[in-house]
Design a protein around this ligand. Structure first.
Ligand SMILES: NC(=O)c1ccc[n+]([C@@H]2O[C@H](COP(=O)([O-])OP(=O)(O)OC[C@H]3O[C@@H](n4cnc5c(N)ncnc54)[C@H](OP(=O)(O)O)[C@@H]3O)[C@@H](O)[C@H]2O)c1
Length: 275
């Protein structure tokens, strides 16, 4: 039976996307075909995916079938694109599927690049974020004009169970990526610094990490649930002559706010450069 969902690059991000689809029975495992780069990855994947879900290595002849699926998720690393594109072009000319949908997760690869690389497809550019792994992610979507309404709906149904979905003009996707896709790394760095500070001032390491995680999660919840401006939350916590305002003074002297602004700007520029 031909697959209804093809996944080219069944790595971390693609698994985060398909697991909820399987749990919700939106797709049956036997209707999904996954392709990976190396045969050595197959054994590891077989232990964490349903038996009925077929996964093959890129050099297996069965891998060609992935290009017959009406929806194909492209989730290889950007540097693997050239190889995948070559493979697609070899097989696509012999296929009769009319304009399948290519859902690309590749950072910095534009719709116009995708249209040239995959001329037989309709293309969607997707920016995922790692919190989709715990079904609390953010997804940015930009469509090429020829994507039909049913195709748009089908894609939103894939990403909505794991993330809040934002449809954006493509020119905003680099900034979206710089904040949301790279964001978990910024937060991880901040978390590590805070926990190290707590250890330096006397707390045990494990407790320092637990308190850091809870402080970050609680602060994010407070900002969101009470609809606070970040400045309001800061002012709420910083009492006159107190500990927090002393720490904030230090952070401002160290240029933390401006470093964070620059980090997002630089990541967006890098994404545009990669394109
Ligand atoms: N992770 C994130 O937070 C994040 C955020 C935003 C965007 N993205 C984008 O999502 C994409 C995937 O990222 P990831 O973190 O999931 O990467 P990953 O875990 O390294 O997965 C990449 C997958 O591609 C497979 N692959 C390699 N060469 C292939 C080929 N020729 N044909 C088919 N499959 C091939 C790999 O298989 P082998 O392991 O066997 O080589 C692996 O399963 C990237 O383009 C990235 O830019 C990721």
């Amino acid at each position: 039976m031909p697959c209804s969902l093809g996944v080219i690059g069944l790595g971390r991000m693609a698994q985060a996307i398909i697991e909820p689809l399987l749990e919700r029975k939106d797709y049956l495992p036997e209707n999904i075909l996954g392709v990976v780069g190396h045969e050595s990855s197959l054994e590891k994947l077989s232990s964490c995916l349903p038996k009925a879900l077929r996964v093959v290595a890129a050099n297996d002849h069965e891998a060609e079938e992935v290009w017959k699926a009406p929806i194909q998720i492209l989730a290889v690393k950007p540097q693997q694109l050239a190889l995948v594109q070559k493979k697609a072009q070899q097989v696509q000319t012999s296929l009769s599927v009319s304009k399948p949908l290519l859902v690309s997760l590749l950072a910095g690869v534009t719709l116009s690049h995708l249209k040239v690389a995959f001329p037989h497809h309709r293309c969607i550019r997707v920016v995922p974020n790692a919190a989709s792994l715990v079904s609390d992610g953010l997804t940015g979507l930009a469509w090429s004009k020829d994507v039909s309404n049913p195709q748009r709906l089908a894609v939103k149904e894939i990403f909505q169970p794991i993330s809040k979905v934002f449809e954006l003009p493509e020119e905003q996707l680099d900034s979206f990526l710089a904040l949301t896709s790279s964001g978990p790394a910024y937060i991880a760095l901040i978390a590590e610094g805070l926990a190290d500070g707590a250890v330096a001032s006397g707390l045990p390491r494990a407790l320092a990490y637990e308190l850091t995680h809870r402080t970050l999660a609680g602060s994010a919840k407070l900002l969101k649930d009470k609809e606070l401006h970040p400045g309001q939350l800061k002012d709420m916590v910083a009492s006159p002559g107190g500990t927090t305002i002393a720490a904030l003074r230090h952070l401002e002297k160290a240029g933390v706010r401006s470093a964070l602004m620059e980090a997002v700007v630089v990541a967006a520029e890098r994404s545009r450069e990669m394109a």
